[in-house]
Design a protein. Structure first.
Length: 56
């Protein structure tokens, strides 16, 4: 992601499901140490991305 090469992110949800989504959706949370924490993703019908927020 640092060089703009990564197009997708693969992660695991709390319930064990594998989640794949475009890297640009989480780029604003990227720091020098990577992306850390828990996030909540909002999806519309057909799993269309609506938004993502970092949980505190």
């Amino acid at each position: 992601m640092y060089q703009g090469i990564a197009k997708t992110v693969v992660t695991v949800a709390d319930d064990g499901r594998r989640v794949v989504f475009p890297a640009g959706n989480i780029q604003r949370y990227l720091t020098k140490t990577g992306i850390q924490g828990h996030f909540e993703m909002e999806l519309a019908a057909g799993n269309k991305f609506v938004g993502i927020k970092k949980l505190t």
